[in-house]
Design a protein around this ligand. Structure first.
Ligand code: OOG
Ligand code: NI
Length: 455
């Protein structure tokens, strides 16, 4: 690789910073959310010196308040294919397949994210990327109208397309090219106050599903939220109202526990924003659209298939017991049901519920451990277990986050799911990576390295 090339980690970092700046300008409440997060993170570290030391040791402090993810919704297979190339330049690959139609949301999704440990440590920024499933629009005329509107738009600038070709032939960008690429890519994520469709068309799409209007009626897939990391999600959620921000009622995911598992997330409700609709059947018209919000997340240890099955079973029990209940009652049931999920690292490890990395204990006496097997090394304290952080998303939680700007959506029958997944893969040009295989590979790698240290 020519020396003048910048790394994909570097391009991703430039991009996530540029996106954050743009979004704070576009959505001032998001800037306020970042301030609350910075405050709660500082307070959490002041209250827990051990936590602070651990974050410092891991080089986490500088990145603490940076965005961890964002989300967009695309309209066509071609858009997804090109978006995959754009994210590829930033070292982000599609991981996981999420079918949101089971929750009444007509999209399927993947998460573009860095995959190897070093890249995740450099900057874990991901983009949850959904593709509208037009075939789920029941009304044939409306479906064809949506298809035609989407076919007529190009969400990428001509210069971005040139730069993609250039990157793929030359194998990298120098710093100036990277900056130009980031600026051009950002255009795709920008908000447009002027819609290319009439208010009547918007209304028809909106009546079919609010998400259809959000994807079809705009010039591009505006970033709909960004999400920083909070060290104390419950407290951040509690502080929002005092700062004039309306949070959703409950936090998605597992309850607050001693050992944090998977992912907890919550958001503030989307803003109603003014839109100028094009002249169509009538004159130009003013209207509004509700799409953009801010979210916070807190991540814990990744679960094995066995742990995930337990999580899914407990969560569906919670869901079936909490239809139409208050937030307080939901939290009570959530805590009660999840009491069945072991809450100490030793049990999570011995029952193979969560993924751990085997790390050589700092200062371990290599000679003392020579030739020992893993169990003996752990027993002797020469090797220590470290939780592997969950880097992906949760479909039920994602559906809850979608709802924070969609209002209520009914359950629907959305047909053959395998066919939908095959189409998604075809659009992407590759199967998304399997998160479980990746966590398992990280564990296996750590085992090889630990054993090699005492060979
Ligand atoms: C994406 C919702 C999913 C999350 O954090 O689970 C998501 C969307 O609203 O487009 O971002
Ligand atoms: Ni999100």
């Amino acid at each position: 690789m020519p020396l003048s090339f910048v790394t994909t980690d570097d391009i991703r970092t430039r991009f996530s910073r540029a996106m954050s700046d743009m979004y704070q300008t576009e959505v001032p409440q998001y800037g306020t959310l970042l301030e609350i997060v910075a405050q709660t993170n500082a307070d959490a570290m002041a209250a827990d010196p051990l936590l602070k030391a651990r974050l410092e040791g891991a080089g986490e402090i500088e990145r603490l308040n940076l965005e961890r993810h964002g989300a967009i919704r695309l309209g066509t297979a071609q858009e997804l294919a090109t978006m995959a190339r754009v994210f590829g330049v930033m070292g982000m690959q599609p991981v996981g397949y999420y079918d949101l139609s089971v929750a009444g949301i007509p999209v399927h999704s993947t998460a573009f994210r860095p995959v190897d440990d070093a890249a995740l440590a450099a900057n874990p920024f991901r983009v949850f990327t959904s593709l509208l499933r037009l075939e789920l629009i029941k009304d044939e005329d409306l479906r064809e109208e949506a298809r035609a509107i989407l076919a007529a738009r190009d969400i990428f600038t001509p210069r971005l397309r040139e730069l993609l070709d250039l990157y793929e032939t030359s194998g990298g960008f120098d710093s100036a090219q990277a900056d130009e690429f980031v600026a051009e890519a950002l255009e795709t994520f920008r908000w447009h106050e002027a819609a290319p469709v009439s208010l009547q068309t918007y209304q028809r799409m909106h009546d079919a599903h609010r998400l259809i209007a959000d994807v079809v009626c705009f010039r591009g897939p505006h970033i709909n939220h960004l999400t920083p990391r909070t060290l104390d999600i419950d407290r951040t959620q509690d502080l929002m109202p005092a700062h004039g921000i309306a949070p959703k009622d409950t936090i998605e995911g597992p309850p607050n526990r001693r050992v944090m598992i998977l992912l907890r997330q919550t958001s503030f409700k989307a803003l109603e924003e003014k839109i100028r609709f094009a002249a169509g059947e009538g004159a130009e018209a003013a209207g509004t659209h509700t799409a953009r919000f801010g979210e916070i997340e807190q991540r814990g240890v990744a679960l094995t298939p066995k742990g995930r099955a337990l999580y899914d079973r407990l969560l569906s029990e919670v869901m079936s017991r909490t239809r139409k209940v208050s937030a307080a009652e939901y939290n009570r049931v959530l805590n009660e049901v999840f009491a069945a999920f072991p809450d100490d690292e030793a049990t999570l490890f011995t029952e193979d519920l969560a993924y751990f990395r085997y790390v050589v204990t700092p200062g371990a006496d290599r000679a003392a451990g020579r030739g020992m097997d893993l169990a003996a090394l752990l027993e002797a304290g020469l090797v220590t277990l470290e939780p592997i952080v969950y880097e992906d998303f949760l479909p039920v939680s994602a559906a809850g986050i979608f709802q924070s700007n969609l209002g209520e959506g009914g359950e629907r029958d959305y047909g053959d799911e395998n066919a939908a997944e095959r189409e998604f893969i075809a659009a992407l040009g590759a199967e998304p990576l399997d998160p479980f295989e990746m966590y398992d590979a990280a564990r296996q790698r750590s085992i090889r390295e630990a054993l090699a240290a005492f060979a």
